[in-house]
Design a protein around this ligand. Structure first.
Ligand code: ASP
Ligand code: MG
Length: 409
């Protein structure tokens, strides 16, 4: 039998009892004859608590020191889980990211994994040991400790599974799988048996918090078989695979949403060839992440541009635009907060025209105004008032019949 990578998130290792329970899940796989590599997150909300400590000392702590601080969270879990395994009679070795050979870009806070040197892990496995790796962390070429961005332990697990050519990668979490939408907002939300990499990638990018988007990207690029499942319940989870065979006839497979969206409008810009590139280059080089963009040309001479940002980026966005007013030459900036993005996702859209039209129709019937739209081959995103977000999601979930079981094919 081959290698299995198991990843346990913060809630799943949130207390000593839970760590002992996780040890049992690890032992099950070991007893089934697998070589087992376990990737863990920091216990419970401890990463948030570390961020909070740093913020009590500095409003702008150095990114290097932040990484040094945050990586301690995962180190607590790897050692405790290894001790728990030893207590139960199973030999385990814990590794930090750098000991496990996780090499990343030389940037702090959101580094990408470049390569994994698997020798240390393989050596321990060959001795029959269980290997427990700290998620979310790596080392740059110049020897600095880096982190992969919040939620990045998923990516550690999938990258390790790819590098070790593991049979599969199980992501254990506090939900039982990937749902058609968030069951906390829609009662009839249904667990999916399977979903394709592309659909999962859209959902993850559009705010479904269940998986780190980069983990899905990795899984797709290296064809890692992924399963999202519960660390508490013993039921099957959701398979993430190349083409989801079970439900391929469904046009819409899931609905994602996020609040705290703001629309920024820059009015009275000169209608020139370089206007768009100048404004968005200015924002990008200053680290502002822009989402949906709409251009509205009002006359031969003037144009205006609206775009959406996360609400917490509004202040920065406006101050950057104001600082560059003499180059950008706009008349004024307007903004509207308290908005939300609601998106439908499904690979069946590629071959089914009219999905966006149906979405607008459903929202119009609910009296919900659509303020911005963006589409890709397999998704349609709309921006609506935040107060209507949950209603919009429920109406769409009904209209596209997402709660219906789909017969296997
Ligand atoms: N502990 C990190 C976080 O809370 C990484 C992770 O859990 O995936 O973001
Ligand atoms: Mg997570």
């Amino acid at each position: 039998m081959g290698i299995i990578v198991q990843k346990f998130g913060g809630t799943s290792v949130g207390s000593v009892e839970r760590i002992l329970h996780v040890a049992q899940r690890v032992i099950q796989e070991k007893n089934a004859g697998h070589d087992v590599v376990v990737v863990v997150s920091a216990m419970g909300k401890s990463t948030d608590q570390l961020v909070d400590l740093a913020n009590q000392i500095s409003s702008k702590p150095s990114k290097r020191e932040m990484d040094m601080l945050l990586t301690t969270g995962e180190q607590v879990t790897i050692s405790l889980l290894s001790m728990a395994l030893a207590e139960k009679g199973y030999e385990a070795t814990s590794f930090t990211g750098w000991q496990a050979g996780v090499e990343t870009e030389a940037s702090h806070g959101n580094a990408r994994i470049l390569n994994i040197q698997t020798e240390n892990v393989k050596t321990e496995l060959s001795k029959g040991k269980i290997v427990v790796v700290a998620g979310f962390q790596g080392v740059s070429e110049d020897g600095q400790i880096t982190t992969l961005g919040r939620g990045g332990s998923d990516t550690t697990a999938v990258a390790l599974a790819a590098a070790l050519k593991a049979e599969k990668c199980d992501i254990y979490t506090d939900v039982t799988g990937v749902y058609t939408t968030d069951p906390r907002c829609v009662k009839s939300a249904r667990k999916l048996e399977s979903i394709s990499y592309d659909e999962m990638l859209e959902l993850a990018n559009l705010g479904a918090g269940v998986l780190h988007p980069r983990a899905v990207e990795f899984a797709k690029n290296y064809q890692v078989a992924l399963e999202v499942r519960s660390s508490m319940e013993n039921e099957r989870g959701t398979l993430i695979e190349e083409e989801s065979s079970m439900e391929q006839n469904l046009v819409v497979r899931g609905i994602a949403f996020e609040d705290q969206v703001t629309r920024v409008s820059v009015l009275g810009l000169p209608n020139e060839l370089t206007t768009l590139s100048t404004i968005f280059t200015t924002l990008a080089t200053n680290g502002v992440n822009v989402d949906i963009i709409i251009q509205n040309t009002t006359s031969d001479l003037k144009t205006s541009i609206s775009f959406s940002v996360k609400t917490n980026a509004l202040e920065d966005t406006i101050s950057i635009l104001e600082q560059h007013k003499s180059i950008l030459q706009f008349d004024k900036i307007e903004s509207e907060s308290q908005l939300a993005k609601v998106s439908i996702v499904g690979s069946g859209m590629v071959s089914n025209p009219g999905v966006a039209a149906e979405m607008f129709d459903v929202l119009a019937n609910e009296g919900i105004q659509v303020k911005m739209v963006s589409t890709s081959e397999i998704k349609v995103s709309t921006v609506v008032d935040q107060v209507h977000m949950v209603d919009a999601v429920n109406a769409l979930h009904d209209a596209f019949e997402l709660s219906k079981e789909v017969a296997s094919v």
